[in-house]
Design a binder for this molecule. Structure first.
Ligand code: BTN
Length: 242
């Protein structure tokens, strides 16, 4: 497949760029930047984006329509990324909801943002940051354990080739997601996690809750059980396996 790329040397955030220039962008256009000055992560965190060795890009998804499962799009992205990495010989795991880890170290982050016009969802912006060729010395400066594909396979990765590979895989899953919903991807998604049966802490808005994971629901949420045997659903927050 061929894609329409906007290639920027530097930008505040590719997600912000897509939102600002949405009128001029077509559905499924991809904005890529060598570096970002204000890369954003989930939960208002910063995404370190000063190394042009990594990939920072956002996709304008205008055909997402009014699909109710819009929140699952980052999970679709994580699945596509794990499969792309596998094709490069690296076994990655998804840490719910959408972090991609290799040997418990973060290799990628995904941030989705919506653009609403009136009561309509005009577009969903899917922003992806992937540590591609960042070397060990730089990775050690990140405030959490991190790795890059280059470090893992000890090879320089062609950024454009990797991006094309990811987009081919992502759009195949995305089309399935639009047609049949997240439930159609859930088993495959689950096969790339190692959560079932694990004790975890859920951190959400300053609350820390200890539970055991029973399963991943069809809608991508977690089915958990507390120590008092109360079964509940977790939709949001950060988790830590204990
Ligand atoms: C996270 O793990 O918290 C999500 C990080 C998402 C980073 C990407 S880099 C491209 C796009 N632009 C941004 O400002 N953020 C996303």
């Amino acid at each position: 497949m061929s894609y329409n790329f906007t290639q920027l040397a530097s930008v505040d955030s590719t997600n912000s760029y897509v939102k600002l220039h949405l009128d001029k962008l077509s559905n499924r256009d991809v904005v890529v930047a060598d570096t970002q000055t204000e890369g954003r992560g989930r939960l208002k965190r910063k995404w370190v984006s000063s190394s042009a060795k990594n990939l920072y890009f956002s996709i304008a998804l205008k055909d997402i329509g009014d699909i109710r499962e819009v929140q699952n799009i980052t999970q679709v992205g994580a699945l596509a990324l794990v499969v792309t990495l596998k094709n490069y010989g690296v076994i990655a795991k998804i840490k719910w909801p959408n972090d991609v880890l290799v040997s418990s170290k973060k290799i990628s982050g995904i941030l989705s943002e919506t653009v609403i016009k009136g009561s309509d969802l005009e577009a969903l912006v899917l922003g992806v940051g992937i540590n591609l060729n960042m070397d060990k010395a730089f990775l050690d400066l990140i405030d959490q354990p991190a790795t890059s594909l280059g470090v893992e396979i000890e090879k320089e990765i062609d950024k454009q080739a990797f991006l094309n590979d990811f987009l081919d895989i992502f759009f195949a899953y995305y089309d399935k997601f639009l047609e049949s919903g997240f439930a159609s991807l859930r088993d495959e998604w689950k096969s790339h996690t190692n959560l079932s049966g694990k004790n975890i802490i859920i951190r959400n808005n300053g609350n820390n809750i200890k539970v055991r994971v029973l399963d991943i629901n069809n809608d991508g949420t977690l089915k958990v059980i507390s120590k008092d045997n109360i079964v509940s659903t977790v939709c949001c927050g950060d988790i830590e396996i204990i």
